[in-house]
Design a protein around this ligand. Structure first.
Ligand code: NAD
Length: 542
């Protein structure tokens, strides 16, 4: 047993490569894209380290060309979910007892594999399977995934340093036990890095997981699972179980060994899981930890002293990168009438310049939304706005799903600050703008604060620094990630820990100590060197 006290140093963030034409990284990526396009694969379940195939299959198709099949995957039935729970509980015995530096070394090895050997694989799978362009894929499936892995190893050393005080006659220790049971991890389609971290954060702390990946991100998620295995993750520590969320959720939540849920996705799904857990509470061995990051209705608030061009560029990027399918994407904006003409003309200019299409054409800023359900949902909001007297569409407004699920980046201007698209999460490329009279600044800030149930991200633009600070104060609970003169997307691990409150989740800040701490159940151990030998206290013997 090596008794050295070891701390992992603060890592640097993974550099974002440029992928310029003819660069080595671009050539490798182009080859890998061709390989994955030509060779559809099979995606089995991976339970206890073994590949499992069932009688039920589905297909992974490209959102931007839905006739193209990238993979056939196998769906779990109740039997395989139970097998996954059993495998996780079995692996818990060894994993929870393993030296934490060994656990950390597996995460760091996975980070190295993604940074080098599998960089092109992760990028190509995320680009093709989730319709991300090169840059969006690089910052997610490579850089953020690596950052989560490396920073977790660093943060955990800081957590383990925390110990209670001791005295000469006693020794006090805190043992950082993993949770007792298994963690059910449920990941969304939109970030490969989130799928990785939902598993690897609890795993770093000694837990084992049953992972239900989103069906629309299975290609990249499967490669991730294979990389974890290659990095040395023991069998059963993470069990990869694609299939129906409702079915897998039902079996996982019925287990008395459910120790926690690590979820990212919609508010509706998280509310459902929470309610199911509450209904079955007496049946669990421990209170399951419920950690969930959910939706948003993220705002940009423009002060009359803002710079119009900065507002327009950041609104366009913040609202439309990855087709508005970032939980942090801007989807409502408040602009003073004094700046509107300039902001509007710049927004229209950028909208007519940005092109939409296949991810393999690097010139395209916009690609497809994830699936037909998302396409129909976006078009429903757009058509609703078209039919409303209080709304006007100033850019985009069209969609076409004949080849891929393409929705034009759409800008709605409304005179109704409570219009449907100002309040509800759409999760697509739709930005709604309310123009306010400059002398109604205060009441418009209050409107911004109270219009939606969410509290994920928000940005204010102002040259007047005192005004910016004032807005930061007044919008204190409107966003868990708040930006001054920047777009509300693009949080980086170690720099802007991420998560929102209100209906946006439990705000346990992915990518930091706050989240990792949720995956341990500390035990305090007191040892006394002079045990009592007299039952009476001194004052009783006077
Ligand atoms: P979703 O809720 O539809 O699905 C998320 C996951 O839950 C998927 O794996 C899905 O299969 C699974 N699921 C669905 N029903 C289930 C059930 N009954 N039991 C168990 N699992 C079930 O969300 P999505 O469409 O994949 O992702 C988009 C949503 O995620 C948006 O609302 C977005 O804002 C949110 N999101 C939030 C953050 C954040 O950090 N706050 C990050 C990314 C995405």
């Amino acid at each position: 047993m090596n008794n050295a006290i070891y701390n992992f140093p603060l890592p640097a963030n993974e550099p974002v490569l440029e992928y310029k034409k003819n660069s080595p990284e671009r050539n490798q990526l182009d080859d890998e894209l061709k390989r994955q396009l030509r060779n559809p694969i099979e995606i089995p379940l991976i339970i206890g380290g073994k590949e499992v195939r069932t009688a039920q299959t589905g297909q992974v198709r490209m959102p931007h060309n839905h006739s193209h099949v990238l993979a056939t995957y196998y769906k779990a039935t109740e039997k395989e979910v139970q097998m996954a729970i059993d495998a996780a509980l079995e692996a818990h015995r060894i994993w929870s007892d393993l030296s934490w530096t060994v656990r950390a070394s597996i995460l760091l090895k996975a980070a190295e594999l993604i940074s080098g050997k599998y960089r092109a694989v992760m990028n190509a799978a995320t680009m093709l399977g989730q319709s991300k362009n090169i840059y969006q894929s690089e910052i997610d499936s490579v850089c953020e995934t690596i950052d989560f892995l490396k920073f977790n190893a660093y943060f955990v050393s800081r957590i383990y340093e925390m110990q209670p005080r001791s005295a000469f006659n006693q020794l006090n220790k805190m043992e950082f036990r993993p949770l007792e049971g298994f963690v059910f991890t449920v990941s969304p389609f939109n970030f490969t890095s989130i799928a990785s971290n939902l598993n690897m954060a609890p795993v770093m702390m000694g837990n084992t997981t049953v992972w239900k990946p989103a069906t629309t991100s299975l290609l990249s998620n499967y490669y991730l699972m294979k990389i974890f295995q290659e990095a040395g993750l023991p069998d059963g520590v993470i069990n990869f179980v694609p299939g129906s969320g409702a079915l897998i959720g039902k079996v996982a939540l019925a287990s008395p060994d459910l120790a926690g849920i690590h979820f990212t996705g919609s508010n509706t799904t998280f509310n459902y899981l929470w309610k199911e857990v509450a209904d079955q509470l007496p049946h669990y061995k421990s209170y399951p930890r419920l950690i969930g990051e959910t939706g948003g209705k993220n705002f940009i608030f423009v002060h009359p002293t803002a710079v119009p061009k900065e507002v327009a560029v950041n609104a366009f990027r913040g609202a439309f990168e990855y087709q508005g399918q970032k939980c942090s994407a801007a989807s409502r904006m408040y602009v003073p009438v004094s700046l509107w003409t300039e902001v509007k003309s710049e927004l229209i200019r950028i909208s007519s310049d940005a092109t939409m299409g296949d991810v393999t054409n690097p010139g395209n800023f916009i690609n497809a939304v994830i699936d037909e359900g998302s396409f129909d949902n976006c078009m429903d909001y757009i058509n609703y706005a078209k039919a409303s007297d209080d709304s006007e569409i100033i850019a985009g407004g069209n969609g076409n799903k004949s080849v891929g699920y393409f929705v034009e980046p759409t800008i709605i201007v409304t005179s109704n600050p409570k219009a449907r698209s100002m309040e509800e999460e759409i999760f697509g490329p739709v930005l709604t703008i309310f123009i306010y009279e400059d002398n109604r600044l205060q009441e418009t800030i209050e409107l911004c604060n109270t219009t939606s149930p969410y509290g994920l991200t928000g940005a204010v633009f102002a040259r007047d620094r005192v005004a910016a600070s004032d807005m930061c104060e007044q919008l204190r609970y409107a966003a868990g990630n708040f930006y001054i003169n920047d777009k509300p997307t693009g949080a980086i691990v170690g720099l802007q820990p991420f998560g929102g409150s209100r209906a946006s989740g439990t705000n346990d800040k992915a990518g930091g100590e706050f989240n990792l701490i949720r995956w341990i159940s500390p035990r305090t151990i007191k040892e006394t060197f002079q045990p009592a030998t007299e039952y009476r206290y001194g004052y009783m013997m006077e």
